[in-house]
Each structure stands twice: as C-alpha cells, then as structure tokens.
Write a new protein. Structure first.
Length: 410
C-alpha cells in the first residue's frame, strides 16, 4: 500500500505548476503527478530537463524526477489523487468576463475523476466569484470534494525562495476544507493566512493591479520628463537617495507579461469599469513602445537599422509571453529600414546574435538582462534605455565630515 500523499497538479508543466510540483516532490511523503497537454514539456520534464528557466530548480528536478515526480497527459492520475491543484486560469471572453460554460466544463472534467474526500485547490488567478460557482457545482453533483482557493503570489524565477517563505493565502467555504488546505501548505510554507474565498480572489487581482499601477506611475513620470527635456533617472536618484518615503517608486520600463495587464483588466471588468486607475495604467504602460517610436521620429528611421536587446517580458527571464518588446518590434518594422532582435534566454527563430545586433544604428533595451550590464557603446550610437539600466548621469552630493558634523552640533 502506498503511504504517500498523492498530488496531481493540473497544468503542472507551466511556470506556476512545475516549480510548486518540484518543491512538493522534495518532501518524502508526497508523490506528485504533473498533468498537462503539452507532450514536449512532458518529455522534457521526465528526462530531467526544465522547459523554462527557474532559478535553482534544474538540479532539484533531476533529483526528484522518476522518484517523487512524474509528468503525464493521462487524466487517470486524478483518480487516486488526495490533493488536486489546478493552475488553469479563468477562461474569459473578449470583454474579460468569465465564460461560465467553460468553467463548468473544466470543473466537470476534474471532479468526475476525483475520488470522494479529496481536496481540490484552485491555485491560479480567478475572476472574483468563480470559486463559489465551482463550489455550487460540486454540491449540485452531490460530490464530497473539499474546495479551497489558494492563489500563488510567486515572482517568476524566484519560486525556490518564495514558495517556502511567502505566507500562503487560503480561502474556503467550509471549515474542514480550510483546515485541510492549510495543513497541506504547512508542509512547505512557514505561514498560512485564512480569508474568505472572495477575498482571496479579489486580493490576488488587487495585488497584481497595484504592481501594474506602480509601474504606470514611473512610466508616466518618465514620459513627462522626456517631453520637458528632463533626466528622469537623475531626478529619480536624487530624490530617492536616503529618503524612505520615495523608496517604493520603481524604475520605468516596458511593463508586460502574462499576469499584470490581464489581472488589471479583469479588475476593470469585475468593477464594471469603475476601476478607472487601472484603465489609465493600461493606456500608459501599453503606449510606452509608441512613445519610444515618437521620440525616435519615424521619418528619420527609414534609413536606420534598429536593434532591440532583450525580448523577454522582464530581465533575466526566458518568458516572452505578452512582452512589449514584441509590440515595439512590430511598430519599428513599419518605419525602420531593418529591425534586429536578440535575447540570450528566449527561444525564437527571429533572433540574431548579440554581436550582430550591436552593429545597428539605434539600440533599444527591451529587457534588462544582467548579461548586458557591461556593454559599452560608442559616443555616436543612439541608445534608448527606458529602464535606466546603463547609468549616464550620476548625482553629485556632499556629506559633512565628522569635524563639520561636530561643529554643527555645537
């Protein structure tokens, strides 16, 4: 008889499911099945190869694969699962409202195969109210399946550090479900916080929207500085220096990826477009590529070769989903003589070697990969660095000597 707790993660070969599965698989009393439809990723994982970059995960995967971890496309792994974790996001229409038929279909596929008294954890970002729909659906089918919503809040690339350290939010409609979900996460997480399921759903949207708004503020300031001939990062460095109340202001940059924009728009949809700050943040962040084109003066680009360094949606990452660097590329192709793209992490047939990209007339930083930090450009090269990655104008400051400070105190 197998004494291990059987865990199945639906969508388990992706950026949310795989790191979680690997960490659970390091625990001796757990057996993890990664259920997915991507056969290429399934084969990669079962051979001990990470299908994407996640800091520190590759050697751990090699240790646990075929021991406590297995990837599969066979849904029968749901039948013996004690815990099923779904990382599938809410299906939405073009207005970002939830598709109820799809939600029920996914729930039916899952609960039909799950055994009674098992635990179903919704791990992905959900449109507020979806957990209640699934709960009611389970009850209408007279199934004894415990349901909890436990949103992930992990920074991509940092799962190994953050899954054990970040408090885990748990929401459930019944006490037994809440307790079982909490006890499950206590196996590998320091702190569990209990909230109402609607609070868990809304809170996840709130967190991602807040981050998106933060970046929008920085990008708005950057655009204003550019229009008035001011150096945003000189101001940024001067007014943040040893001034705690400004420490949270982020740097500007291309703000994208598969979560922040989507969740901000879902918050707008859920609020019947009352979340006007979210709408404005979307306009600001999404228009930054257009602003870069405007500053380069499109009429002057027809004879110029332009390169974009970094095509991932953020620095030191191989994920290109919803990257604004691609939007920038598409816009540049309308105006420039030629557009070259490079990235040391992203897998894409359009990419050229860094050495080739650096020969362009105009260089635009698309993602601040640390590998680019030591690049030095000729003085006549046009370089667009929205991120402030290559410092150009350090602030000047003077501090009192110890003798001056003592004199002032007297």
């Amino acid at each position: 008889m197998n004494s291990k707790t059987e865990v199945t993660i639906i969508g388990g070969c992706g950026h949310v499911g795989l790191p979680l599965g690997i960490i659970i698989a390091t625990l001796p009393n757990f057996q993890v099945h990664l259920l997915d439809i991507d056969e290429q990723k399934i084969d990669q994982i079962n051979s001990g190869e990470m299908p994407f970059w996640e800091e520190g995960m590759s050697p751990i995967l090699k240790k646990v694969v075929k021991q406590n971890l297995h990837a599969t496309s066979d849904m029968n792994c749901l039948r013996n699962a004690d815990v099923v974790i779904s990382v599938i996001g809410t299906p939405v229409d073009r207005h970002l409202n939830p598709l109820l038929n799809e939600i029920h279909r996914h729930a039916d596929q899952t609960i039909e195969l799950m055994k009674d008294d098992s635990l179903l954890i919704m791990r992905s970002t959900l449109y507020p109210g979806v957990t209640k729909l699934i709960y009611d659906h389970i009850k209408s089918r007279h199934r004894k399946i415990h349901l909890a919503v436990c949103p992930e809040r992990i920074l991509q690339g940092k799962a190994l550090d953050e899954i054990p350290e970040l408090p885990q939010i748990v929401g459930a409609f019944e006490k037994e479900s809440e307790t079982r979900a909490g006890e499950f996460f206590k196996n590998f997480t320091k702190t569990v916080i209990y909230v109402h399921p609607l609070e868990a759903e809304f809170g996840k949207l709130m967190v991602n929207s807040w981050r998106y708004l933060d970046f929008a503020i920085a990008n708005q300031f950057y655009i204003l500085c550019q229009r008035y001939g001011l150096d945003f990062y000189h101001i940024f460095d001067a007014f943040r220096y040893e001034y705690p109340r400004m420490s949270k202001l982020p740097m500007a940059g291309l703000t994208a990826g598969p979560c922040l924009l989507k969740d901000t728009l879902q918050m707008c949809a859920f609020s019947n477009n009352l979340f006007s700050l979210g709408s404005q943040a979307t306009v600001i962040n999404e228009s930054l590529p257009n602003f870069i084109i405007e500053r380069l003066q499109p009429a002057n680009l027809s004879t110029r070769i332009v390169s974009i360094l970094g095509m991932a949606f953020k620095g030191n990452c191989d994920d290109k989903r919803d990257s604004l660097a691609y939007k920038l590329r598409n816009l540049l192709q309308v105006y420039a003589k030629q557009v070259l793209c490079t990235d040391p992490y992203v897998n894409d047939d359009i990419l050229v070697p860094l050495e080739t990209a650096l020969k362009a007339d105009i260089i635009i930083l698309g993602a601040p990969h640390s590998i680019y930090a030591d690049i030095h450009f000729p003085a006549d090269k046009t370089v667009i660095d929205v991120f402030g990655f290559w410092p150009k104008n350090p602030i000047r400051f003077e501090k009192q000597s110890a003798k001056q400070a003592a004199f002032a105190a007297d």
